[in-house]
Design a protein around this ligand. Structure first.
Ligand code: S3P
Length: 182
């Protein structure tokens, strides 16, 4: 039994991790640390540029390098990028006072959101048919996401609804005991 002092949101790109993470952090009064933003700050350039210059391998080693520092932070809501789980051993590095959550989203919904928000460039969707790419990424990564403590569906739900649901679950686990337990 461990105090919950950290929430880590896992899931595909466009599952809403960063948006939900910011909303959840505000609700809990905890800081929100987004891995992609932290990498951009440290490297002084956008994720898309790190991909363009050094490929996915360069980006993964940047992710792996900042992981120990970010995982030590508490209390905090942490939102790694969708492929962070593929860095060997990182899930095993989650401290025991961490609640990990898989924000589930279907492949067509990922493509719909990625097109709709036109937001941050998503280097891994640049080549080939996006639906095919997303389906393959999800197939490869789902066994890793599945290891999260909690699985939450996000299709058809707003980030605010997901954040409110999550806040209730985090508070539930903190209720009833001074040692918020998992
Ligand atoms: C990636 C997801 C992105 C970002 C990078 C790689 C991935 O983050 O880290 O483009 O491998 O799925 P989001 O999940 O926040 O889009």
């Amino acid at each position: 039994m461990h105090a919950v002092r950290r929430v880590v949101l896992l899931g595909s790109m466009a599952s809403g991790k960063s948006t939900v993470g910011a909303l959840l952090a505000r609700r809990l009064g905890w800081p929100h640390l987004d891995f992609d933003r932290e990498i951009e700050r440290e490297h002084g350039r956008p994720v898309a540029e790190i991909f363009a210059e050094g490929g996915e391998a360069a980006f993964r080693s940047a992710e792996a390098a900042i992981t120990p520092r970010l995982l030590r932070t508490a209390p905090a809501v942490l939102t790694p990028g969708g492929g962070w789980v593929t860095n060997p051993g990182v899930l095993g590095m989650l401290p025991p006072d961490t609640m990990s959550v898989w924000l589930r989203v279907s492949a067509p919904e990922v493509v719909r959101r990625a097109v709709a928000d036109g937001g941050p460039a998503r280097p891994l969707l640049q080549d080939g048919d996006p639906l095919d790419r997303v389906e393959r990424l999800l197939r490869d990564r789902e066994p890793l996401y599945r290891r999260a403590d909690l699985h939450l569906d996000t299709d058809g739900r707003t980030p605010d609804q997901v954040a409110a649901d999550l806040e209730a679950r985090v508070r539930d686990r903190m209720a009833g005991t001074p040692e918020a337990t998992l």
